[in-house]
Design a protein around this ligand. Structure first.
Ligand SMILES: Nc1ncnc2c1ncn2[C@@H]1O[C@H](COP(=O)(O)OP(=O)(O)OC[C@H]2O[C@@H]([n+]3cccc(C(=O)O)c3)[C@H](O)[C@@H]2O)[C@@H](O)[C@H]1O
Ligand SMILES: Nc1ncnc2c1ncn2[C@@H]1O[C@H](COP(=O)(O)OP(=O)(O)OP(=O)(O)O)[C@@H](O)[C@H]1O
Ligand SMILES: [Mg+2]
Length: 243
């Protein structure tokens, strides 16, 4: 049973504890206009009313995402800053000698890694922690960029599947248009999580929560989970036989 009010209150206390434990002052996170960052921002704002900073970081992104991020910041009165990464992205591609035609993910994954770097600059500047927004559904199938959007200090939503995140979003008064939009990493035009994963969140969440799934869904999820195991672990450490 998912008691949303209780979970939300525990989450807010958990955020306070993690920040205190780190001798930090607050929380910084990327505000994408999507529901995961909306929920983390809402909880962080409750925990740290004066020390929550959302950063909007378009990198050749859909302009609607920025509008949604601004709508959220306005609705929940969240302090925000905009950092445009288009030029940095172009400049990095030039520096590495990219033709711009390499495999799509090699290029696209640069975007979350530039965002991670931007967030850590602000974290160090303000003595804040970087909050990630990854949820249990994404983590299970490795649907995130290693050291990109997963390069964070704390993961407030990692125990919740996407449907639970939607419930938390309603509880936190996140605008309906943000809750209703198709989840997307926003790395290229018309990208959606469900299209790329080849399964729906309904199927994925049901499998995670109950173990029930068609053979097709089970095969896809099990394979994605196996292939992404390295992303959920520390890098393997070489230990010489003499040690
Ligand atoms: N067995 C192994 N042991 C240790 N390391 C291993 C490894 N296999 C690959 N690797 C390393 O991992 C790299 C591949 O992983 P990674 O770079 O993450 O890349 P990859 O998993 O290929 O792509 C990231 C996926 O996450 C999605 N995404 C990204 C960002 C945000 C969101 C979102 O929902 O917002 C979704 C994106 O659309 C894409 O489907 C390889 O280049 C290699 O360096
Ligand atoms: N344009 C952006 N500006 C700032 N942060 C971003 C941007 N795009 C992605 N991010 C960060 O990366 C995180 C991962 O993206 P992801 O798409 O999984 O979450 P979301 O956009 O919040 O929700 P949804 O999965 O429903 O789209 C975001 O929550 C946000 O913190
Ligand atoms: Mg998104």
């Amino acid at each position: 049973m998912f008691d949303v009010e209780r979970v939300a209150n525990e989450l807010i206390e958990w955020l306070k504890d993690r920040v205190k434990e780190a001798n930090a002052k607050g929380i910084v996170l990327g505000l994408s206009g999507g529901v995961d960052s909306a929920v983390v921002a809402a909880a962080a704002k409750k925990a740290f009313p004066d020390d929550t900073l959302g950063i909007i970081m378009p990198c050749y992104s859909n302009p609607q995402d920025e509008k949604d991020a601004l709508l959220l910041a306005d609705r929940l009165n969240i302090r925000y800053k905009k950092v445009v990464l288009d030029e940095v992205y172009d400049s990095l591609l030039r520096a590495v000698g990219s033709t711009g035609n390499e495999n799509r993910l090699a290029l696209a994954n640069i975007k979350p890694r530039l965002r991670m770097t931007t967030l850590y600059y602000h974290a160090a500047l303000l003595n804040y922690l970087v909050a990630g927004t990854g949820n249990k559904s994404e983590l299970t199938v490795g649907y995130f960029t290693k050291y990109g959007d997963s390069g964070v200090d704390i993961l407030p939503l990692a125990s919740f599947v996407k449907h639970e995140v939607w419930e938390l979003a309603r509880y936190f008064n996140v605008p309906e248009e943000i809750i209703n939009k198709a989840p997307s990493a926003g790395l290229w035009e018309n990208q959606t999580d469900e299209k790329e994963m080849g399964i729906t969140y309904k199927e994925l969440d049901e499998y995670i929560l109950t173990g029930k799934a068609t053979e097709r869904v089970r095969n896809i999820v099990d394979e994605l989970n196996r292939k992404s195991q390295h992303k959920r672990e520390m890098p393997k450490i070489f230990v010489p036989s003499s040690k």
